[in-house]
Write a protein that binds this ligand. Structure first.
Ligand code: ADP
Length: 360
């Protein structure tokens, strides 16, 4: 490299180091987003590696990079290759599920708020971005994944050599549920220590492969299963699902308090069945009140991730076992879940970054 080229190269590095990621508030070089930087004969080439392929901040970062580099007159040709890489927070190789980069718990204060529907559509939306995703239904008393996935009465196969269950694969994600193995009416008889063992089996005796995200569909409330999973696994963060009329209730706050007690970051709150758009006149009605979850998340200082409408298509798709993200992927309703997934993936990056800071 000639002397002027060395000088320009240094200038380029300095310019890039001055660009902050809008969410992570760190420069993009330290975040390892710039790779294979090469400058020769006026041509600058490098890879810009996003931490979340669908982040709404990506275009902002690219624009900032291009406009900063355009100020350097020695660059005659700018070749940026866009790429992405999902990073994880699992810090103990060889520990439980260390092959999974990020474990996201989806929880709710009480049942019937659409937690499983949100968990599944979140998993499918993350998979649509190209990530490797699995979902584990840990709701031993009322497993809904078999219905939502259209996999009722489908026992998983066993790998006879490793003596482990293989997750079922459908719609591009890996899934496991107690409901694949036992009948609905048998679920209610599980008690105390049996539950702990059962949950452990789903972690240890299932051949989970390398995944970017494993979604845990937790049972509602703050019982034994939630606690044992929180202690057993290195959970990246929790997403709390609520409905507008539920937000004022102590259940949501209790659920959040439980995660905070076991030091699991809250990735944010989702308001499900938020509003209803009349399919005939398109008028929006806030059937259960407006803005409650947003206010609650503001007062608790946790991110508000999305409002999902009360929609017949969401209900029908779930109940028929054909999730919306697959059967009606271009619909407005599916877009809401894609936006949710993007916001969750951003919060996962933030949680991982904070974890690195704490461990430094
Ligand atoms: P939970 O896991 O909280 O018990 P589910 O996900 O099983 O709740 O949902 C309960 C019922 O509500 C299901 O019939 C589901 O199809 C329906 N449902 C969930 N979310 C929506 C929504 N946004 N619009 C319409 N129906 C919904």
């Amino acid at each position: 490299m000639k002397a002027e080229e060395i000088q320009t190269f240094k200038q380029i590095q300095d310019v890039l180091k001055n660009i902050q990621h809008p969410l992570l508030k760190k420069n993009i070089v330290d975040l390892n987003m710039i790779r294979n930087l090469e400058f020769q004969n006026g041509t600058l080439a490098f890879k810009l590696v996003y931490l979340n392929p669908t982040s709404s901040f990506n275009s902002q970062v690219e624009e900032a990079v291009r406009s900063a580099l355009n100020q350097i007159s020695a660059i005659k040709d700018l070749q940026i290759t866009l790429d992405w890489e999902i990073t994880g927070s699992q810090t103990s190789p060889g520990g439980q599920l260390s092959q999974v980069k990020n474990i996201i718990a989806v929880a709710s204060g009480k049942g019937g708020v659409g937690k499983s529907t949100v968990a599944l559509n979140l998993a499918l939306a993350l998979a649509k971005s190209g990530a490797k995703v699995g979902i584990l239904d840990t709701d031993i008393y009322g497993p809904s994944l078999p219905t939502l996935m259209g996999l009722k009465n489908t026992p998983p196969l066993i790998d006879s050599e490793k003596k482990k269950m293989l997750p079922l694969e459908k719609y591009g994600i890996k899934t496991m549920s107690i409901g694949y193995i036992i009948k609905d009416e048998d679920a209610a008889v599980w008690r105390g220590p049996m539950i702990g063992r059962m949950v452990q089996q789903f972690v240890q005796d299932v051949l989970w492969e390398e995944l970017d995200y494993l979604i845990l569909d937790l049972p509602p409330g703050t019982g034994d299963i939630q606690l044992s999973l929180s202690q057993m696994l290195s959970i990246t963060g929790a997403v709390i699902v609520t409905t507008p009329q539920d937000v004022a209730l102590a259940d949501v706050v209790r659920s959040i308090a439980m995660f905070q007690k076991v030091q699991i970051p809250i990735l944010g709150m989702v308001e499900n069945m938020s509003y209803f758009v009349c399919p005939h006149c398109q008028e929006t009605s806030h059937v259960f009140g407006q803005g409650g979850a947003k206010k609650k998340s503001d007062s608790l200082k946790i991110p508000f991730l999305a409002s999902i409408p009360l929609d017949l298509r969401i209900c029908e798709a779930s109940d028929m076992g054909k999730p919306l993200l697959d059967s009606d992927a271009d619909s407005k309703q599916a877009q809401q879940f894609l936006n949710l997934a993007s916001a969750v993936a951003d919060q996962v990056c933030l949680a991982n970054d904070r974890k690195v800071e704490i461990n430094l």
